[in-house]
Write a protein that binds this ligand. Structure first.
Ligand code: G3P
Length: 265
């Protein structure tokens, strides 16, 4: 089994420490502060969510609306990037983070290039039936411009987005984010084959022994979210997952390093 993306600092353990929305237990999610901290803590990949602004710029934010994570209100798509960039995306988390801003995907790529791999999650709310000029194409063109295609895993709960990405470029590394309603009763192996994707991402609670056996036999890389306790991290690693999304990349790094060390003893 090989990982679907190249890491900038591969220690050969075939496992990826992924900062979920950055180091989001300690910094406001999807901000430069959270991304920098994840990198400093030894994460090998940063997961971020993207939506489109009113003027069609991919921006890093999780919710369809601004209300939870900024001092703005209403839908992200109703504001231009210039307007979004003026909002405070940190104070909700703590006063000292008031200088955090909503970043464009371009700004995230500027930060990550040469440093850290990315998992770009395309949010369902921004996906359209049409491939032309959609969020997938815009994100793909930006990643290509930064020459980071080898270091980016795209994913989405919206299977249309994943199909669009593969249509754009069959070599794009893409993962399905398991979503029961779109899966027609199919399990990981059937889904990965049907959508010709490179990895299977799912909630750790859904990753049963049956799925662990199925993915391991079929050599399918698996990434589970969101695991923040040491006990669960160890359990998931023992089940054979190839990466974990965590809000605490420092903790996961420590767990992985210790397990790796004790294997060598
Ligand atoms: O991409 C993994 C994980 O982030 C999916 O869940 O809700 O955080 O987007 P959510």
């Amino acid at each position: 089994m090989s990982l679907p993306v190249s890491l900038y600092s591969d220690n050969g353990d075939n496992f990826i420490v992924i900062g979920h929305r950055g180091a989001s237990a300690y910094y406001p999610e999807n901000t430069l502060g959270a991304f920098k901290a994840a990198y400093d803590m030894g994460a090998e990949m940063i997961e971020l969510d993207i939506l489109l602004s009113k003027d069609g710029i991919p921006v890093a934010i999780h919710d369809e609306t601004l209300d939870r994570t900024t001092n703005g209100t209403g839908k992200v798509v109703d504001y231009t990037f210039e307007e979004l960039a003026k909002l405070d995306a940190g104070s909700w988390f703590g006063k000292k983070h008031s200088s955090e801003r909503i970043l464009s995907l371009e700004e995230v790529l500027q930060f990550a290039k040469g440093k850290i791999a990315l998992n770009i999650e395309i949010k369902t709310e921004a996906v359209a039936d049409e491939l032309k000029n959609g969020i997938e194409e815009k994100a793909y063109e930006l990643v290509k411009k930064f020459d980071m295609l080898d270091h980016v895993l795209f994913s989405s709960f919206d299977y249309r987005a994943v199909a669009h990405l593969k249509e754009l470029d069959v070599n794009i590394a893409a993962a399905l984010l398991y979503e029961k309603e779109q899966s027609d009763g199919m399990g990981p192996k059937q889904l990965v084959n049907a959508y010709k994707v490179d990895a299977f991402n799912c909630n750790y609670r859904l990753f049963t022994k049956k799925w662990a056996d199925e993915t391991s036999e079929a050599d399918i890389p698996v990434f589970v979210y969101t695991v923040n306790s040491e006990r669960r991290m160890k359990k998931m690693i023992k089940k054979g997952v190839n990466g974990i999304f965590t809000d605490k990349p420092d903790l996961l790094k420590q767990v992985v390093d210790n397990m790796w060390k004790s294997k060598g003893d």
